[in-house]
Ligand binder design. Structure first.
Ligand code: FAD
Length: 292
């Protein structure tokens, strides 16, 4: 398939990119890595009058510790850059663990975190991770900027809170703290395929070894990335062992509504979500150093 005709404009500055988006609105699409946009254009699932190429905006790429305890990742940061940066594994181990599961090296060398989050595929790993980390995202337009909590950013499938004149600029995430552990796991039919189900979890413990925070994000478990809040909350204030983990896994199974496909029925996806949640929470628990 070939895409419908479109106009192609290269934005050399952020101001120019925002001005073009203000002018064309929903008819104009930012072109970042092109790894989701171009296939959907080719299949004519998306039509755009104008592609606004933002690749020259290199100032929007990279990681920085803007303030203690947080990392900001620029929207144009490529997965491959994150993979090769040793700070990813140190500060954002959940992302470090998930990256090899995302597509293939060629796609990770082009695909950007901003393009992935703006595309908002419910089967995608990164939206579930940003939810599990309680991140926030900065959107900018000609009239100003705003921060959007991850829990409010993702709408239904392929839909976000970004307005038609806004560009996603960066995502801010908390650095993994002491007495915390995380784990990402997924099952896919072949390496690089989208997950049948993926689970991203983070746990934090207090000085007495009790769970003070637990968040569980899931991909391909509904029409958007899912945060299983009841499951996470069920762990709070408790010593974590098999019984608590089993309870949380059962709550995850209740919280999700997977779509099912020719590759996996709804029931199988729900089963997988339970198994993966149990395994991922067990590993995150073991990874959390504790002083008693
Ligand atoms: C074979 C294959 C396998 C894949 N497997 C996986 C997988 O396993 N897991 C997974 O998560 N993904 C997978 N993907 C998809 C891919 O990883 C990402 O979704 C993709 O890289 C998105 O980033 P991009 O920079 O390429 O965005 P683009 O394709 O350039 O853009 C995607 C959308 O976001 C918009 N956009 C881009 N940047 C911005 C911005 N800064 N602000 C606002 N809007 C913006 C675009 O206009 C477009 O609508 C796969 C892709 C392919 C081709």
């Amino acid at each position: 398939m070939k895409p419908a005709p479109f106009k192609y404009i290269v934005a050399r500055t952020i101001e120019q990119a925002l001005a073009l988006k203000a002018e064309y609105g929903d008819e104009g699409r930012f072109l970042a890595g092109g790894q989701s946009l171009v296939p959907t254009l080719n299949f004519r699932l998306t039509q755009a009058a104008v592609l606004i190429d933002i690749n020259p905006l290199t100032q929007c790429a990279g990681m920085q510790n803007s303030q203690p305890g947080t990392v900001r990742i620029g929207a144009l940061t490529r997965y491959g850059q994150l993979e090769r940066n040793s700070e990813t594994a140190r500060d954002l181990p959940l992302i470090g663990e998930a990256l090899p599961h995302i597509a293939h090296p060629q796609i990770r060398n082009r695909g950007t975190i901003g393009g992935n989050l703006a595309h908002a595929d419910p089967a995608s790993e990164m939206p579930a991770i940003v939810l599990a980390l309680a991140g926030r995202l900065r959107a900018q337009s000609q009239s100003g900027e705003r921060w959007i909590p991850a829990a409010e950013f993702f709408g239904g499938a392929l839909s976000t809170a970004l307005a038609s004149d806004e560009m996603l600029m960066e995502v801010e995430l908390p650095v993994a703290g002491p007495r915390s552990g995380s784990c990402f796991m997924e099952v896919s039919r072949r390496r690089g395929d989208f997950a049948l189900i993926g689970v991203a979890c983070t746990m934090q413990f207090d000085a007495n070894g009790l769970c003070s925070q637990a968040r569980i994000g899931l991909c391909n478990a509904g029409d958007r990335p899912i945060l299983a809040e009841d499951a996470g909350n069920s762990l709070l204030g408790r010593n974590i062992g098999t019984a608590q983990i089993d309870e949380a896994a059962a709550l995850v199974q209740q919280a999700i509504d997977p779509g099912g496909s020719i590759h996996a029925s709804k029931e199988f996806q729900r089963h997988l979500a339970g198994v993966l949640t149990r395994r991922a929470l067990t590993v995150a628990n073991e990874r959390s150093p504790r002083e008693h």
